[in-house]
Ligand binder design. Structure first.
Ligand SMILES: [Zn+2]
Length: 229
């Protein structure tokens, strides 16, 4: 069985020998490795503390692990490398409160809201609550969901901005970062979108006909002619 090669210290990647070892693990070409070396040097110049960061092969997506201060890569793509090291640069000096409570907590909250959004929204919409309070509850849940997305989206934005800033070909790197950024945007804003969708449908006569409205309740403040018969 082939054993996974051990991760390299980031400081080694600014040198040819360390880079060759990573090259073996990631299977990249010379051009990729040259770009990784240039990016590495720029990061280390900016922030010498990044020398203790380790970089290795990942079989489970590209990531920066805050706890282990480690970057995992699935390929030798230098832009992705720069994005993940961008996370490290942004986060390694942040307080434990920010890393563990704000960032990790908001990610957990965002996932929990996503899981609970549709059942909660339909129960809330159909529940025997005054329209005024129902509307306020929807607004609060949409706000909380959007808020829970902010720390992660900000972190993604900062990491991509670092990667573009360190790149020689900024346009190319920007477009390389775009799909990942949009995918984070879509995922992180899904809970807010779900609450918003149910709230919009329950208030709109034409949309209500698309779904069983009993599930969504009917705002009692709607004009009589808009209420379902
Ligand atoms: Zn990222």
């Amino acid at each position: 069985m082939n054993e996974k090669p051990p991760p390299r210290a980031h400081r080694d990647l600014a040198k040819a020998q360390g880079l060759l070892r990573l090259n073996k693990a990631l299977g990249g070409g010379h051009e990729d490795m040259a770009r990784i070396m240039v990016m590495s040097n720029k990061y280390l110049k900016d922030d010498p503390d990044l020398s203790s960061l380790t970089v290795g092969l990942s079989s489970n997506g590209d990531f920066y692990d805050i706890t282990k201060n480690r970057v995992g890569l699935t390929s030798s793509n230098a832009d992705i490398f720069a994005h993940e090291v961008g996370h490290a640069k942004d986060l390694h000096s942040k307080s434990n409160f920010y890393k563990n409570i704000v960032l990790k907590g908001s990610k957990k909250l965002n996932r929990a809201l996503d899981w609970a959004a549709l059942p909660t929204a339909t129960v809330l919409a159909a529940g025997p609550i005054k329209e005024e309070n129902k509307s306020l509850a929807f607004k609060s849940l949409i706000g909380l969901s959007a808020l829970s997305a902010i720390p992660n989206l900000a972190s993604e934005f900062i990491a991509s901005r670092e990667a573009v800033g360190k790149s020689k070909n900024k346009k190319e790197t920007f477009f390389e970062m775009l799909p990942g950024g949009l995918s984070h945007l879509k995922t992180d804003l899904t809970p807010a979108a779900k609450f918003m969708a149910v709230d919009t449908i329950r208030k709109n006569k034409d949309l209500r006909s698309l779904v069983p409205f009993q599930l969504l309740g009917t705002p009692s403040t709607l004009p009589v002619d808009q209420r379902p018969s």
